[in-house]
Design a binder for this molecule. Structure first.
Ligand SMILES: [Zn+2]
Length: 398
């Protein structure tokens, strides 16, 4: 393809809205607009990826530092909107809201008798723990929902120091919404002071740490009061005991005991459904230097950036067109910079657009039957005899 046909617009400056270097270079190299829409060049790159994706090893061919599991492949990137838990030791990978981790129960205690305490203005776990001067893990946190399918009132209990994963809850009970004030009142619970003790008709669902935690402070279902020493089994029971806790960085991997990390990511694939725009961003993020993109073969939409430097005596353009044909006939994809531009402009654009090899046809070399070849990631040019250009290109690409 020819540079002018693709109407490539490169830019000197990174866009103001660039959240990552990869995005900045995709805009500067003319693959994306500042509004993140693929240009003609961008569409060529995406079509190229789409074609490559017909083989099962496609994603591994992209040579990206991905993390994933059987269902999904993710690419860690600061601007990513999907939080993913990852174990660097055994490679366990899961979306944060569904990730498993090893839970740490508190030391077992003898059950003490229930005791009602006045706790004014203690609507949150934080306030309650401060007021009673106890750690948050000695409290029970109540969350109330209504199941969409049958309007069943669902009362959830997790330990006060952990965060409920609504995604895990939904896996066990189905879709839910927050319960309304009327629904909470009807159940016998009191918002801010709610407890599962004495509720009628509610489906009580507790995190699996709750039956292992003795003498927790829970609401008294009476405004301004809490109960000390509530105990699962003695004071209430549940319809379901499940893992409902959201993992966090530093939790322990259930498979291997290593510490888990949490990464911001983008999704590259779900099963074999690829997100090609995200894959292009991941490539740009992984493969760039200070001058532009350094896309590897076969991910790069073009293997060769071919250019001629306008000459005074020899027709360098005709020779470049000949090389274009030779390479293309051998199945090598070429971006031919056919502009009558200064060398510096073309070299800059070759670095920005980033094919793995640059081939330059100039008058000086041509007089000796040579062209210049420069692998994108190397500093030095090589002079290559015209008749060896195909062989040399193939050997570099492989
Ligand atoms: Zn692990």
């Amino acid at each position: 393809m020819k540079y002018r046909d693709l109407n490539i617009q490169t830019q000197r400056e990174a866009p103001n809205n660039a959240r990552t270097e990869g995005f900045a270079f995709l805009v500067r190299a003319g693959y994306l607009t500042r509004e993140n829409t693929p240009t003609q060049l961008g569409k060529v790159a995406l079509d190229h990826l789409r074609e490559l994706s017909n083989v099962p090893i496609f994603l591994s061919q992209m040579l990206l530092p991905t993390i994933g599991n059987e269902a999904e492949v993710f690419f860690p990137i600061p601007s990513g909107s999907i939080e993913v838990v990852h174990c660097s030791n055994c490679n366990y990978t899961e979306r944060l809201e569904l990730a498993r981790f090893m839970k740490a129960p508190l030391p077992k205690e003898d059950e003490r008798p229930l005791e009602k305490v006045l706790t004014p203005e203690c609507h949150t776990i934080e306030a309650l723990a401060n007021f009673l001067n106890i750690p948050k893990e000695k409290t029970a946190k109540a969350l109330m929902y209504t199941r969409l399918s049958d309007n069943r009132f669902i009362f959830v209990v997790v330990r006060g120091d952990v965060q409920l994963s609504e995604a895990k809850l939904k896996q066990h009970v189905g879709e839910v919404r927050a319960a309304s004030v009327e629904e909470i009142e009807r159940s016998g619970a009191v918002a801010g002071y709610a407890s599962p003790i004495g509720l009628q008709e509610a489906l009580i669902v507790v995190d699996d740490l709750i039956p292992q935690s003795q003498n927790l402070v829970a609401g008294a279902n009476e405004s301004g009061y809490h109960l000390r020493n509530t105990n699962y089994g003695r004071d209430y029971s549940a319809g379901m005991i499940e893992d409902l806790t959201q993992a966090k960085a530093g939790d322990t991997c259930t498979n291997c005991g290593n510490l888990l990390s949490v990464f911001a990511t983008i999704n590259l694939a779900t099963r074999k459904n690829y997100d090609f725009e995200n894959i292009l961003l991941a490539l740009a993020e992984t493969y760039h230097d200070s001058k532009g993109l350094t896309l590897p073969h076969p991910a790069a939409p073009f293997d060769v950036y071919l250019m001629h430097l306008p000459g005074k005596e020899l027709d360098t353009r005709a020779k470049a067109e000949e090389i274009d044909r030779i390479l293309q006939n051998a199945g090598i994809s070429v971006l031919f910079d056919d502009r009558e531009e200064r060398a510096g402009v073309k070299f800059n654009d070759a670095d920005l657009v980033g094919p793995p090899i640059r081939v330059t046809v100039g008058e000086k070399g041509l007089k000796e039957g040579m062209v210049e070849l420069k692998p994108r990631k190397e500093k030095e040019n090589q002079l290559v005899p015209l008749e060896k250009i195909l062989e040399k290109t193939i050997s570099i690409l492989n």
